[in-house]
Each structure stands twice: as structure tokens, then as C-alpha cells.
Write a protein that binds this ligand. Structure first.
Ligand code: AHR
Length: 329
């Protein structure tokens, strides 16, 4: 295993006057850091910023790491460049948060040829040969999204709206990302199962507030107000709320039902205030797991191939002041 070795030497010293030349040296002090190249998707959402922070905190110098960070600005080609640079820099590990699922074989082969283990975080990579990556850490996107869709069915039932026509506006994240594919698949399966549900439109908000705002504003200017908006992340939900505020459309309790994913602090407080109906959690705190995986590998152990973080659904009555205080992102 390669290591970055920093050698701090104390220097030679002085001698003056009529004394005989004398050099005093401190013993050579060696500090070994594990170098990790991290290719991050971008900074598109509050969730992503928290994810970066978690990684920086866990893979810090105090913990024995040197972290080389690259922000891909939501572009896969930037991730290819970053990984190739990490390979040239001869890092010990590569951590990849892939923007989309496909297209990774060649670059992962290159990392393998260089003998650098790759740990995938958050979204998945679709590769036939799963030995191309060492381990993966993230969310069970489909499970949480199925739970959110089941919550919607129950909520409509409770309002005796099961058989009335339900128009759903669907704000989608980056096309081809696991978070988009699985959250979309869960809603589409729900609409297939419930005949009264119609997905009125699918808009690409790219997981950002600005794009979701623009798309929703334009959509609502020419279309009827939906009954439900299903947002594939919190920042897109904030964009939807912004558009609805401008158009004077009521949402949350007594208005359009809002469902969102991530459950960052801001979304949870809106939910507590009755402005968002459901926050489905997606945990961004991957840093401690990634650190533990690297430490396992350093000890020669084999980490779990996939580890899922535990997550839950939050409705108004589940959001306490303690929860909000403890939510660090
Ligand atoms: O892949 C996780 C998703 O990506 C989060 O839901 C979203 O906020 C982020 O941008």
C-alpha cells in the first residue's frame, strides 16, 4: 500500500565562538497519512453540502487522512477526469459519489489496474463486474420511496379521496441517478396500482431549487393546480413552494399535498409548521461509514459489499423540537 510520507526534520545548529562545531538534530519524525481522492457529484442541494461536510470531517488530517476533493458540478465527464487525476497522484483510495449509474466500467478498470480500491457512496453504479468497486454505502432509495407512496395512499384514504381523481405533479432529480430512478419508479408503481392517480406531468428539476422553481412556475402558469406534488428532494420542494407562493397557491395543510425526500433541517421545520406534508429521510452522513471501511481495509479485513443507512418518514406529529435541534444539516 502506498503512503504519503511527510518527513519533518529539525535542523542543524549553530555554533559559535570558539566552540568546536556542533550539530544537534531532533530524531526524524514520520507522519503517515492515508490519501483519499473523493469525486463528489456537486453542491446542488443542502443534502449534498452535508454529505461533503461529513466526508471532510471523517477523513480529516487529525483522523489520519489526506483528502483530495473534487466537485464535479453534476457532470460525469468531470468525474472521469478527477478519477484519472487521483490515479496519477497515486492515492491510496478513491471515493466516488457517482452522478448517474451507467458508464463507469472503463474508469473503474483503470483504478483497478492501478491497484486502488474504490468505495462508492450515495448513488449506485451499474456494472456487470461488481468487483470493480470494493464497497458501497448509501440509502435504500426504493424502499423509502415505496414507504412515501404508501403514506400518500393512506393519507388519501383517510381523507376519503381514494376514488376521486388525484392529479400528481412529479418533480424529478438528475435523470439516470439512482435517487431519480428509484424514487420515480416508486411513484409510477403507485400510480399504476391506484387507478384514480394520474401523474399530470414529470418535470426535471435536476435536484436544484432554481430549476424546480423555473419549471414549476412555467407549468403552473398554463396548467391546473395539482392535488399532490411529489418532489424527489427538498431543494426542489423549496423551489415548488417559491413558485406556489408567487402564484398564491396554498400548499401543505389545507392545500396541495407536498411530499419531499431528504428531510434536511429546513424541510423538517416547514413540515412541523404544516407547510410540507411528508419528509422522507435520506441520510447524507456517509463519512463515518467510509472511514470505518477504509480502516477495515487497512487491517486487511473485508468490508460489507453494501451498507444501507437507516431512514424514516417524518410527518408533522413526529417532528419534535429535540429532533430539529439535533438535525445538523
Ligand atoms: O443522491 C441523493 C440525492 O442527491 C439527494 O436526495 C439530493 O438532495 C441530492 O442532490
Amino acid at each position: 500500500m502506498k503512503r504519503l510520507t511527510l518527513i519533518f526534520c529539525a535542523l542543524a545548529l549553530l555554533l559559535l565562538g570558539g566552540c568546536a562545531p556542533y550539530v544537534r538534530q531532533t530524531p526524524e519524525e514520520e507522519t503517515t497519512l492515508i490519501t483519499v481522492g473523493f469525486s463528489q457529484v456537486g453542491a446542488e442541494s443542502d443534502w449534498r453540502v452535508a454529505n461533503t461536510e461529513s466526508m471532510r470531517e471523517s477523513l480529516s488530517e487529525e483522523n489520519g487522512f489526506e483528502l483530495l476533493f473534487d466537485n464535479a458540478r453534476q457532470k460525469q465527464e468531470n468525474q472521469f477526469k478527477a478519477i484519472r487525476t487521483f490515479i496519477q497522484q497515486d492515492v491510496d483510495y478513491i471515493v466516488l459519489a457517482p452522478v448517474t449509474e451507467t458508464g463507469w466500467e472503463s474508469v473503474l478498470e483503470e483504478a483497478r489496474a492501478a491497484n486502488i480500491p474504490v468505495i462508492i457512496v450515495d448513488r449506485q453504479v451499474e456494472v456487470n463486474d461488481t468487483t470493480l468497486f470494493t464497497s458501497w454505502v448509501g440509502s435504500d432509495f426504493r424502499k423509502t420511496a415505496d414507504e412515501a407512496v404508501a403514506w400518500l395512499a393512506e393519507a388519501l384514504d383517510a381523507r376519503a379521496e381514494t376514488d376521486t381523481d388525484v392529479q400528481i405533479l412529479h418533480l424529478q432529480g438528475t435523470p439516470g441517478s439512482t435517487a431519480q430512478l428509484q424514487r420515480s419508479a416508486a411513484l409510477e408503481a403507485g400510480a399504476f396500482k391506484h387507478q384514480s392517480w394520474t401523474i399530470a406531468a414529470q418535470l426535471n428539476g435536476d435536484f436544484t431549487q432554481a430549476k424546480a422553481y423555473e419549471e414549476t412556475r412555467a407549468y403552473l402558469a398554463n396548467n391546473p393546480v395539482p392535488d399532490v406534488v411529489y418532489c424527489e428532494n427538498d431543494n426542489m420542494c423549496f423551489g415548488v413552494m417559491q413558485a406556489m407562493d408567487e402564484l398564491g397557491i396554498a400548499y401543505g395543510e389545507g392545500g396541495v399535498t407536498l411530499i419531499t425526500f431528504d428531510a434536511v433541517h429546513r424541510a423538517l421545520s416547514y413540515c412541523k409548521d404544516g407547510k410540507i406534508d411528508l419528509c422522507a429521510e435520506c441520510n447524507p452522513l456517509h463519512g463515518p461509514r467510509v472511514r470505518a471501511i477504509i480502516e477495515q481495509l487497512e487491517r486487511g479485513e473485508t468490508p460489507e459489499k453494501r451498507s444501507y443507512l437507516s431512514e424514516q418518514l417524518f410527518m408533522k406529529d413526529r417532528i419534535t423540537d429535540e429532533l430539529l435541534e439535533s438535525r445538523i444539516y
